[in-house]
Design a protein around this ligand. Structure first.
Ligand code: PHE
Length: 339
């Protein structure tokens, strides 16, 4: 037994390991349950009594040397530059992932800011709407084609429940519960059953506005939207109105702004017309006021509605609307400096 132990001691002394795996093999060989050292202890009972003391010390010496060796090698492996560099590299720059606002949020906040400076409040409402708030109160005729015109996603039929197709529904809710004067904008998500393309999506965002008071005229509408356009697109921005049709406004118009990219000279964004369409608007139809129990003889109002995607595309010269929904960091990180 003594010679065996002497051999083991030599082996332990010469042992070197350049990896944790090799060191573990060494540990298992000597110290595991079925390893050499427990084996020696098991054989101990066969040792003659007069040799026991010396042999016992000898086995313990071996055990201590194995343990010491393991601790030392482990320490040097962990601190060796080679392994340390594999585990962590202190020279790497700190990887702080700072978030950035989504471009649609930046523009929505800009729009809210502009209107709140002239006294508009912000109102919100449900995305799942009943027929009354999305259509009937807004003077849509009862027959289906008018409702289909908005490519509605219906959830239930009779009574009709649908995803709201515009945030005009929020304005109905405000008019039902608030006495004029009312000055409010309603930003929010809207849904239309449209094929997804570079210019359209089945989910998009709107900001709609409503002003109801005594003596509100088309001049007020023009002045408010002119102020808005200049604040959003820059001082030199011009506006123009084209006649249009919406069931809830009379008269109705679409508003264009002078193209902020070419300054009105003509480019591919404005299709060489110098103008880009940004919103629909008009004087609130008296029927809408009456549906919301507002006296249409006493009060008049104007309303407008715009798509946030479209305005963001113009502001940042983005040519594909799908980019807003893909959450590609390479796209989103470009807006870090914007807010
Ligand atoms: N609700 C209209 C739409 O979604 C926009 C609009 C609002 C037009 C208010 C006129 C007045 O297209």
């Amino acid at each position: 037994m003594k010679t065996k132990i002497e051999e083991y001691l030599k082996e332990v002394d010469c042992f070197k390991a350049d990896s944790i795996e090799k060191l573990e093999e060494f540990r298992i060989k000597f110290l595991s349950k079925k390893g050499l050292i427990p084996g020696l202890f098991a054989d101990f009972k066969n040792v003659a009594p007069e040799e026991r003391k010396e042999m016992g010390q000898f086995i313990n010496k071996l055990k201590n040397q194995v343990q010491e060796k393991i601790v030392n090698i482990k320490e040097s492996l962990e601190t060796s530059p080679d392994t340390a560099s594999k585990q962590l590299d202190l020279s790497l720059p700190a990887h702080a992932q700072l978030g950035s606002r989504h471009p649609l949020s930046i523009v929505r906040n800009d729009i809210i800011d502009i209107f709140s400076r002239i006294g508009f409040t912000v109102s919100e409402g449900p995305e799942i709407e009943d027929d009354f708030h999305n259509f009937t109160a807004l003077n849509f005729p009862p027959d289906p084609p008018a409702r289909d015109m908005q490519d509605t996603f219906f959830i239930e039929k009779d009574p009709d429940i649908a995803l709201r197709t515009h945030t005009s529904s929020v304005q109905v809710r405000v008019m039902e519960t608030t006495l004029p004067p009312i000055r409010t904008i309603s930003p929010g998500r809207v849904f239309r059953n449209e094929a997804i393309s570079a210019r359209a999506h089945c989910i998009f965002h709107q900001v709609e506005g409503l002003y109801v008071d005594t003596n509100v005229s088309f001049a007020d509408l023009k002045q408010t939207l002119f102020y808005f356009a200049k604040e959003l697109f820059g001082e030199g921005t011009k506006i123009r109105f084209r006649p249009s049709y919406f069931p809830f406004t009379e008269p109705s118009a679409e508003m264009d702004v002078s193209c902020n990219i070419c300054g009105g000279k003509g480019c591919n964004v404005c299709k060489y017309t110098g103008w880009v369409e940004i919103l629909g608007c008009g004087m609130v139809d008296p029927n809408v006021l009456e549906s919301c129990k507002i006296d249409s003889k006493k009060y008049t109002g104007f309303a407008f509605g715009m798509g946030i995607e479209r305005i963001t595309m113009l502001k940042y010269q983005i040519n594909d609307l799908r980019l807003f929904f893909e959450n590609d960091l390479k796209f989103l990180e470009q807006f870090k400096a914007s807010y």
